[in-house]
Design a protein around this ligand. Structure first.
Ligand code: TMP
Length: 204
């Protein structure tokens, strides 16, 4: 596939939306002829939007059912949004992708990692990002940024859950070369400059 696939990851309130917005603006300026497609998980497709509503607002969902809902959403995102855009040569940016599942469902919920990886591979037909930007913040900062917002089911999890998710992300970054970690408590504009530098290194 001729496109470039970039994903953003991090615990809740790490600032992904802000940095994605800044990156898209910069890419439009630097590559005016290139089509940029933005996606997100869960919820980017018609089916995904229904799944997102269930995932974030249903009272209690078992860890196994939750995993399957995320993977159903991802399979739709891959087939209906990501692969068509990458085949057209677009720059594709997704707010969350496979690493969210490993961090939240394996490290947070403690589901078996190798089973989850096999199932994720099935859902995505093996599609991997060219680059993953991991925005790292402390759990205290995440909780602080959440104050006053209407927290969804996942955001209401306790600090221990988020500590596990954060460590899970850092372990993925340690194991996978495509994942670059950024201190998301840094100045917003400096952070976006640093992110762009890494992004430009994967542009084809
Ligand atoms: P969002 O708030 O970034 O849209 O993400 C929704 C929530 O879903 C967030 O708390 C992270 C969680 N999540 C998982 O637990 N597993 C996944 O595979 C994905 C994509 C998200």
């Amino acid at each position: 596939m001729s496109g470039v696939f970039i994903t953003f990851e991090g615990i809740d309130q790490a600032g992904k939306s802000t940095q994605i917005e800044k990156l898209v603006k910069r890419l439009k300026k630097e590559y005016p002829d290139r089509e940029i497609v933005q996606s997100f998980e869960p919820g980017a497709t018609e089916l995904g939007a229904k799944l997102r509503n269930i995932i974030l607002h249903e009272d209690a969902i078992s860890a196994h059912a939750e995993l399957l809902l995320y993977l159903a959403d991802r399979a739709e995102n891959v087939n209906k949004v990501l692969v068509p855009a990458l085949s057209r040569g677009c720059i594709v940016i997704s707010d969350r992708y496979i690493d969210s599942t490993v961090a939240y469902q394996c490290s947070g919920r403690v589901l078996d990692r190798s089973t989850v990886l096999t199932m994720t591979n099935f859902a995505t037909s093996g599609l991997l990002p060219d680059l993953t930007i991991l925005l790292d913040i402390t759990v205290e900062e995440s909780k602080k940024r959440l104050l006053g917002l209407n927290a969804d089911r996942l955001e209401q999890e306790n600090n221990e859950f988020f500590e596990q998710v954060r460590s899970g992300y850092l372990k993925i970054a340690h194991d996978e070369k495509r994942v670059h970690v950024f201190d998301a408590m840094a100045d917003i504009d400096k952070l976006s400059e640093d992110i762009y530098e890494v992004v430009s290194s994967v542009m084809v």
